[in-house]
Design a protein around this ligand. Structure first.
Ligand code: HEC
Ligand code: HEC
Ligand code: HEC
Ligand code: HEC
Length: 478
């Protein structure tokens, strides 16, 4: 979830920069991480709704229904996605044998007809009222119908079945041109040509985007990329030229010219052969261009989601709204808000940043711009704000006395909002007395390296350099 606004930014940038027509596809398992989600409004359902909104904003062309997209039940996915959401699944059917989702979606790119269908893997506990057909049962007739509707379409299958199953499908049905799989147990797989079908997948949970550039030809058949081949040949020729020049220089300088003769002959012969290949290939390319490209060509790239990408602002706004809703939900569900313990925190001389702000507005404004101020929000985005293992380093504890790596305390769950995130007192120490009489009770001005290291452990920050990082978090004077 945390990466969603970066992902949105990345997709938009790629689309804008390519200037090509594009299809945005996902093979599914985007809504939930677990198989069964509790009923009623809850954090997981709110998050799933937000994901659907973002996907819809990005104008995905087709999204396969994965088994984990069904964890919230059939009504959830059907109702909350609205009619427009481009879910596809050929093999989810109701009790009467009717398909529940669109079985395929048609697109046209320049003059090529494209049909996108999807196969859903069986969830361990399918929601009531649905049946998942096997691909063996559904595909023969489906492919015939898809082909009958449009002449010679380019067929894409999105599949959440496992990779071995997907291979079997491509082996059996050469009319499928591209199969994008979402095998939960595999990472990025560069495209492989099996029986005329290109099969590929990107690693799970949106950590990568797979970018497949396809040059559609007239014949529905994958061909070698002549331009790339030509570049390879020319590279090889360049390297031979260099070897030849070096050799000739050696021969000029040496007495024993015979010694190099064999090598010279071999390299010259290879170069001649290469020249011939290059001439032929150039003719092929010219012919292809004159007649219109006739085979389909592709290039691919997997693009990782980097931490330092900017966020797409619209998506980020949506996510922060989501976080507010989630917070409200948690507030409502807290059983007894009166338990005095709510505010009894492990080191109770802490006051929270608002009080500090009254006398130190400049430092507070600065602090708010640092990642420390949103450390709790980061957990919320990752749905980990209820995880006791995560909380200690993403809250304000008195670091003068604490080694959060080793702390697990139920009270962390009930921290006042003021002390969520890494606040002033994490670095400067508990400030109750100081706030009452600042001249009398001094705080630590410059937090020592050990204070940072309590949280910036090698497990969580593999390149912590104190001097360097200190510059980024040092509050300004004034
Ligand atoms: C209570 C735990 C804690 C303490 C103490 C702490 N940090 Fe952090 N720090 C974090 C967490 C958690 C994040 C990540 C926040 C996020 O992104 O949500 C972080 C992020 C940072 C970042 C931003 C990451 C980046 O490279 O842009 C810097 C810089 C940093 N800390 C430096 C320091 C320094 C220097 C100290 C000591 C003076 C320190 N921290 C003390 C927990 C802590
Ligand atoms: C021992 C302290 C500690 C614990 C425990 C801890 N974190 Fe962090 N976390 C940090 C620090 C320090 C950073 C900042 C790292 C940096 O600046 O590169 C951070 C950064 C992060 C980030 C943002 C940066 C990123 O890598 O994308 C996320 C997300 C995060 N933590 C999640 C978690 C989750 C989830 C848990 C529980 C499983 C957890 N943290 C437990 C110290 C901790
Ligand atoms: C990650 C640790 C960290 C956090 C969190 C943090 N500070 Fe600081 N603060 C520093 C460092 C480092 C300095 C610089 C000390 C120096 O250079 O002498 C500093 C300096 C200060 C100073 C002295 C400024 C001066 O006059 O030179 C004040 C006051 C201060 N911080 C207040 C705050 C307040 C208020 C907050 C919370 C809103 C806060 N700090 C949060 C690390 C932190
Ligand atoms: C009522 C006003 C007031 C409040 C509230 C207050 N401070 Fe201060 N703070 C001061 C004054 C005044 C100084 C300068 C003291 C001196 O130089 O003798 C100071 C100095 C500091 C310094 C520099 C080191 C020192 O003690 O001289 C830090 C760091 C600091 N404050 C942090 C905080 C933090 C963190 C909080 C909240 C927990 C906080 N202050 C709350 C008034 C306040």
């Amino acid at each position: 979830m945390g990466g969603l606004s970066k992902k949105a930014f990345q997709i938009q940038t790629i689309t804008e920069n390519s200037g090509q027509q594009r299809l945005l596809l996902d093979s599914g398992n985007l809504l939930f991480k677990r198989e069964k989600i509790a009923d009623g409004p809850n954090q997981e359902r709110l998050t799933a709704e937000a994901i659907m909104t973002v996907y819809q904003k990005l104008a995905y062309d087709a999204v396969g229904v994965g088994p984990l997209d069904l964890s919230g039940g059939l009504d959830f996915i059907r109702k909350s996605s609205g009619k427009e959401f481009p879910w596809v699944s050929a093999n989810i059917i109701d009790e009467k044998g009717q398909p529940i989702f669109k079985q395929w979606i048609r697109k046209k790119i320049s003059s090529t007809e494209i049909v996108i269908t999807a196969l859903t893997a069986r969830p361990r506990n399918p929601p009531e009222g649905i049946k998942i057909e096997k691909w063996q049962t559904i595909l023969p007739e489906l492919l015939t119908r898809m082909k009958a509707e449009k002449n010679d379409p380019f067929i894409i299958v999105l599949s959440s079945l496992n990779y071995e199953e997907n291979r079997k499908i491509t082996e059996k049905y050469p009319e499928i041109h591209l199969l994008i799989s979402a095998d939960q147990h595999k990472g990025n797989l560069s495209p492989q040509l099996i029986n005329g079908c290109l099969i590929t997948q990107t690693s799970k949970q949106g950590k990568y985007q797979g970018l497949l550039e396809i040059n559609l030809g007239k014949k529905r058949e994958w061909g070698a990329d002549s331009a790339k081949l030509l570049a390879d040949l020319q590279n090889r020729k360049g390297s031979l030229d260099w070897q030849l020049r070096r050799l000739q220089k050696k021969i000029r300088l040496t007495e024993n010219k015979e010694k190099y003769k064999n090598t010279l002959t071999r390299i010259s012969a290879e170069k001649e052969q290469l020249n011939e290949q290059i001439t032929n290939l150039k003719q092929v390319i010219e012919k292809e261009q004159a007649e219109g490209i006739y085979q389909d060509k592709y290039k691919y790239r997997f693009i990782g989601l980097k931490k330092n990408l900017p966020n797409d602002t619209a998506t980020a706004d949506l996510l922060s709204k989501l976080n507010q809703e989630i917070r409200q939900l948690h507030k409502k569900s807290r059983t007894s808000p009166k338990t005095a313990k709510t505010t009894t925190i492990p080191h109770n001389n802490m006051v929270g940043f608002s009080l500090c702000a009254t006398c130190h507005p400049v430092q507070t404004d600065f602090w708010k711009t640092t990642d420390h101020a949103s450390a709790y929000a980061t957990l919320v985005q990752n749905e980990k704000q209820l995880d006791l293992e995560c909380l200690p380093c993403h809250l304000t504890l008195n670091m003068q006395r604490t080694r959060p790596g080793r702390m697990v305390d139920k009270r962390f769950l009930y921290f006042p909002e003021e002390l969520q995130s890494v606040g002033c007192e994490s670095c400067h120490g508990a400030g109750k007395q100081h706030s009452q009489s600042p001249e009398k009770f001094k705080l630590v001005r410059l937090p020592s390296k050990n204070i940072c290291l309590a949280c910036h452990t090698p497990d969580h920050d593999d390149n912590f350099e104190y001097e360097n990082k200190l510059l980024k978090v040092s509050c300004p004077a004034g």
